[in-house]
Write a protein that binds this ligand. Structure first.
Ligand code: BTN
Length: 266
């Protein structure tokens, strides 16, 4: 049975997104394809999945390693019908829903490195890339693309990411079933989409509980500049509140910086 058949089988017959799954052996990026569908009017709940990506994208212009048959490369179209400034917590809620899906499907509990990395131990197991478009001439969201990449059954990684990357299979020392994880992801994201705005604080509380950056001494990397700070809290818009060494506090938003541990990725 193909992966897409097993995903459909493991979703309830009546699930509203069950018939909106688009599967491809290879795409440049599932987010790019989802954008094309969104621009053509595809509805909320449209899901794009690929077995491999040739140009998987991450945050801050980075790439996302996407070998065939081993990971999950997943993008979802949302149409939340609200001003963009009400969606500042979207990436945090998606990271939380993805962590919940992984634990539900595999029993493995990832944590989150602010803002959008799923981690196991000291290594990255997945990432989130959200992209928004506004209705022209307004501040209202036309569509949001929620992109999720999860390293599932990789046993090795290219040398440039090997020191900071892991997979669910490496963690468990046995392969994982990608269709069960995708099915859990679709169910978790469906619930999230219905509760994202009315239950914003609840999603952020769940995010804070999973976020391993809080309380850590971190390096803030902005272009060539690196400063050190203590991660104090995360506000309801997903900004990381830090205390710099000179005592100054700052709410850092994810568009500007990359956060690392003092001595490495974590
Ligand atoms: C990051 O690590 O900064 C985010 C990685 C997001 C990768 C996923 S894979 C599916 C979707 N398509 C992409 O091109 N990127 C996201």
């Amino acid at each position: 049975m193909t992966l897409i058949d097993s995903i459909r089988l493991s979703l309830p017959q009546a699930h509203p997104w069950r018939d909106s799954l688009h599967w491809f052996p290879t795409l440049d990026s599932t987010n790019n394809h989802a954008k094309t569908l969104a621009r053509a009017g595809a509805p909320q709940g449209t899901v794009v999945l690929a077995d491999a990506q040739e140009a998987g994208r991450g945050r801050l212009g980075r790439s996302f390693h996407s070998p065939a048959g081993e990971g999950i490369y997943f993008s979802l179209i949302l149409r939340p019908d609200c001003p963009a400034d009400q969606l500042m917590h979207l990436t945090c809620a998606v990271a939380t829903a993805a962590a919940q899906a992984i634990v539900q499907a595999t029993g493995i509990q990832p944590r989150i490195k602010w803002t959008n990395d799923l981690v196991l131990g000291k290594a990255k197991v997945g990432g989130i890339l959200t992209e928004l478009s506004l209705v022209p001439g307004t501040d209202r969201v036309d569509w949001a693309i929620v992109g999720i990449g999860i390293n599932c059954n990789q046993s090795t990684f290219p040398p440039e990411i090997a020191p900071i990357a892991t997979s669910l299979a490496l963690h468990r020392d046995a392969p994982v079933d990608r269709s069960r994880i995708v099915s859990a992801l679709i169910r978790q994201l469906h619930t999230m989409s219905a509760t994202l705005l009315p239950e914003k604080s609840l999603w952020m509380d769940r995010y804070r509980a999973l976020c391993m950056t809080l309380g850590q001494e971190i390096s803030l990397v902005r272009g060539d500049s690196v400063t050190h700070a203590l991660a104090l809290s995360i506000d309801d818009n997903g900004a990381l509140v830090v205390r710099h060494r000179d005592g100054r506090q700052e709410a850092v938003t994810s568009g500007e910086v990359s956060v690392r541990g003092m001595y490495g990725y974590i």
